[in-house]
Ligand binder design. Structure first.
Ligand code: IPE
Ligand code: IPE
Ligand code: MG
Length: 247
């Protein structure tokens, strides 16, 4: 029985989020510059997106560049932005072939114009695809997103567009950049680090966390299958007791 066959497709996570980490260390192991690792990470993105779409996952969010990543050496940031343009351009075909819609969350205004243009073109070109949505988190951090949401809410309240008594969890979700996207049930982080690094703090309140020591450029379809199999073995209790969970 293959790994894929062990997955119960009736109980798939609807939304999987991934912190794609370890590109730099993967390159260092090969005595190559960090950007060599980023370049190889593209194959992992393609494989993972294909595997998720083939299984029937509806949303895949990939943490590609954080707010904090702007503080990396300028050459690395520039190389990453260039790689993004090339990748989005080249991989639009993969998105079409697999009926995948591209979306992006984050402070996109901070991206270089060429990167933003390429991204927006791909978002427009794939808007009709409906098998799966692939959401790139770019120039994203959760605290940035929550701060921005509070700014917008207070502005709307001041202008009489929002009644403070109406504020509840659903309304807060509506003000986040992930508006309309269900919360991830499964969060994967590669590279053996056990932290969240400012990713989707609100949205992962009840996500199952899965950590793998593999570096992102080594991540393949089988690794996604393993994470999902692990997820399916867990009992999600949401604060209740085991006995209360109807099997
Ligand atoms: C993840 O790999 C990619 C980005 C954050 C852009 P890293 O570049 O963080 O690689 P490591 O963690 O230094 O190995
Ligand atoms: C998290 O990885 C951000 C992305 C994967 C885009 P980092 O490598 O930036 O995280 P830290 O600095 O190790 O927490
Ligand atoms: Mg890292």
């Amino acid at each position: 029985m293959s790994l894929k066959d062990k997955i119960d497709t009736e109980r798939l996570p609807e939304h999987i989020a991934i912190i794609m980490d370890g590109n730099g260390r993967w390159a260092r192991q090969r005595s190559r510059p960090r950007v060599f690792g980023h370049r190889h990470g593209v194959t992992s993105v393609r494989e993972t997106a294909e595997a998720a779409a083939e299984l029937g996952v509806k949303y895949l969010t990939l943490y590609a560049f954080s707010t904090e990543n702007w503080s990396r050496p300028r050459a690395e940031v520039t190389a990453l932005m260039k790689l993004l343009v090339q990748t989005i351009h080249k991989e639009t075909k993969t998105l079409h072939d697999n009926n995948i819609r591209l979306l992006a969350v984050g402070n996109l205004e901070n991206l270089p114009k060429v990167t933003l243009d390429e991204l927006q073109d791909a978002i427009k070109e794939t808007a009709h695809h409906d098998r799966m949505s692939m959401i790139l988190a770019l120039s994203y951090s959760s605290r940035w997103e929550i701060t921005r949401a509070i700014q917008e809410m207070t502005k709307d309240a001041k202008q009489g567009k929002l009644d403070p008594d109406q504020v509840n969890e659903n309304l807060i979700s509506e003000y986040l950049t992930t508006k309309g996207i269900p919360d991830p049930e499964l969060l994967i982080r590669t590279s053996g680090e056990y932290r969240i690094s400012n990713f989707l703090l609100w949205q992962i309140a009840y996500a199952e966390l899965y950590f793998t020591p593999k570096f992102w450029p080594d991540f393949r379809k089988e690794d996604l299958y393993e994470a999902i199999i692990d997820f399916q073995k867990r009992e999600r209790r949401f604060g209740k007791t085991s006995e209360q969970i109807v099997k």
